[in-house]
Design a protein around this ligand. Structure first.
Ligand code: CTP
Length: 146
């Protein structure tokens, strides 16, 4: 039987993935569906703090360990700088860069290296929102003296 052999299509994406939630999972599952292998750059603690102006709750090794174990993820590496996107894409031989729609248009210049796809975010959930809800709940508890 003649086999149709083609190179596996490699999809790459990046993110902090702190307090891993359903929006993260949906993004990674949809990214994986665009190809055969999914490579995920998890932002280092330093980069996450620079991007989000607050320290992540989970350390980089914890965030990387969680993402690495997902069925839809094939490889995980640490992302040290936003300016290294082109390097990571070439190094990992990525065919498609997937970013959430919060980054729409920001990586169009990479289209000379690979396909660039922006996926819509899952509405109603984000790490910042979870952090805010938790700190409001804690403040209330303190005010009530419990
Ligand atoms: N993402 C998504 N839907 C959400 C939240 C995140 O599709 N509801 C995607 C982002 O677009 C990004 C990836 O998940 O491609 C990682 O996002 P990250 O910035 O780590 O998480 P957020 O929840 O967006 O964090 P924050 O609220 O701190 O910005």
């Amino acid at each position: 039987v003649a086999r149709c052999s083609r190179e596996p299509r490699r999809v790459i994406t990046f993110g902090t993935f702190d307090l891993f939630h359903l929006g993260h999972l949906r993004l990674l599952q949809r990214a994986r569906q665009l190809g055969d292998r999914l490579l995920v750059g998890v932002s280092s603690d330093e980069l996450s703090t620079r991007k989000k102006l607050s320290n992540p709750v989970f350390a980089e090794f914890e965030r990387m360990s969680i993402v690495r174990e997902l069925r839809c993820v094939d490889e995980v590496f640490k992302e040290d700088s936003l300016e290294l996107k082109e390097y990571y894409i070439l190094h990992h031989k990525a065919d498609v860069l997937v970013m959430g729609s919060d980054w729409s248009g920001r990586f169009d210049h990479i289209r000379s290296l690979c396909e660039v796809v922006y996926l819509p975010r899952t509405p109603g959930i984000s790490t910042s929102e979870i952090r805010m809800k938790l700190s409001t709940a804690m403040e209330r508890q303190q005010q009530n003296g419990t």
